[in-house]
Design a binder for this molecule. Structure first.
Ligand code: ATP
Ligand code: MG
Length: 395
């Protein structure tokens, strides 16, 4: 058996607030361990993000003891065993050890247990079924560490059986392949994912989009999307284009990638639950002007002023990626940084100025203001406030 390393000296593990969480549970005769992604990342020697804890105590007990200890408690996920606690502004999700009693491919009915190995068996991949206790000792019930050392993403148990319990695991398999650069697909797991790909059609938009956004930022995202497309998996997630050359040439931004990937980008808003800000970026990309370095600088400034910085950068990235130009092209390279060289000026006139100049208030003021702004933009933002007032038309 592979000797397990100790995480006793890991900074994140020795964080006082996390050690408090361990202690509160221990004082109530239970045990808590860090589980899942944090342990996996620590062993892969990459930054640890969210810290999730697993515990032998039942959820109501967790609520009670953390409240009694004076900490913030949010029992949002309590019916499936998860309680969120806040200690010195740090948030931990504490989930009671579980076993799946019933699954239908989308959600599970769970029951609680005090058995760590049982909890490990319902996790998706061996590398995600690792636990680390308060003192940094690793507990490995599914041979996850061996798989981490050999860069293998392996299902806990039989791949097909585990996928049929929850089809999201297909997408998670590809997500982890995309995110972890050195991880390789093994033939049996890949074959099971491909064979059962229809199950993806039954999943909620919420769950799909969460995983897809994580997949899309991965260093291997484009290669994995290609692999998924080749095996007919991707079309069960989204009606997609074959613009892989463009995808390869885009910067790593997940929303740009989603835009190019989607055959009907306007569907992304609902399908992938975009925020308003994200939906606005998609809209600009759909009907944004065609940008290229042959546009004169003043024309470029005019567009930048009109659409704003984010849409400018998005538009440049998209047009460049779709063009024949090299990614080293120096004329193109200058374009994304236009907002740095030229911070957009502020229109020097407002409604009050027009009223002071004798306009009577009403819709005409707004119209005149718009006309003067257009004139100011067309004159490359040069006219001063007085010059603009001189141009103002009284009726
Ligand atoms: P990340 O670093 O992206 O958060 P993660 O491994 O923590 O990765 P989460 O989605 O946060 O992923 O899930 C936390 C843990 O819960 C996983 O490590 C895994 O053990 C378990 N898990 C999550 N989703 C599933 C699933 N669909 N089936 C089985 N186990 C799952
Ligand atoms: Mg996580």
């Amino acid at each position: 058996m592979t000797k397990l390393p100790s995480l006793a000296r890991a900074r994140w593990l020795n964080e006082p607030s996390l050690q408090r969480a361990f202690a509160v549970v221990a004082e109530a005769d239970g045990e808590a361990r860090v589980a899942g992604g944090a342990v996996r990342n620590a062993l892969l020697k990459i930054p640890v993000g969210d810290i999730d804890l697993a515990t032998t105590l039942d959820p109501q007990k967790i609520v009670d003891i953390f409240k009694a200890a004076g900490y913030g408690v949010h029992p949002l996920g309590i019916e499936h065993g998860t309680v969120m606690v806040v200690i010195s502004h740090r948030t931990y999700e504490i989930t009671t050890l579980r076993r799946d009693v019933e699954t239908d491919g989308r959600r599970a009915v769970v029951s609680f247990t005090e058995n760590w190995a049982e909890d490990a068996r319902r996790r998706d991949f061996t590398m995600n079924a690792l636990y680390c206790d308060a003192r940094g000792k690793i507990h490995d019930y599914a041979n996850g560490y061996k798989d981490i050392l050999s860069n293998r993403i392996t299902f806990v148990g039989n791949p097909a059986a585990r996928i049929k319990e929850d089809y999201l695991r297909i997408l998670r398999y590809f997500r982890f392949l995309s995110v972890f650069e050195n991880m390789k697909a093994d033939a049996a797991s890949l074959a099971a994912c491909v064979r059962l790909k229809k199950g993806l059609l039954t999943l909620s938009a919420e769950r799909i989009s969460q995983e897809m956004f994580k997949l899309l930022v991965g260093p291997k995202a484009v290669a994995i999307l290609k692999l998924m497309a080749k095996h007919g998996v991707l079309k069960n997630i989204i009606a997609h284009t074959d613009e892989f050359r463009t995808l390869e040439r885009l910067p790593g931004d997940p929303l740009l990638r989603a835009f190019v990937l989607a055959e009907k980008p306007h569907m992304l808003r609902d399908a992938w639950r975009l925020s308003n800000a994200q939906a606005r970026r998609i809209e600009f990309l759909m009907d944004g002007p065609s940008l290229n370095p042959k546009l004169r600088e003043n024309e470029q400034r005019r567009i930048l002023y009109t659409v704003g910085e984010q849409a400018w950068r998005d538009g440049v990235a998209l047009n460049w990626a779709r063009s024949r130009a090299s990614l080293q092209d120096s004329a193109w390279k200058r374009m994304p940084s236009l907002p740095n060289r030229w911070p957009a000026p502020k229109f020097p006139l407002n409604g009050r100025d027009l009223l002071a100049a004798g306009f009577s208030s009403g819709p005409d003021v707004g119209q005149e203001l718009k006309r003067l702004e257009d004139f100011w933009i067309a004159a490359d933002f040069k006219p001063t406030k007085d010059e603009l007032l001189g141009k103002a038309k009284h009726d």
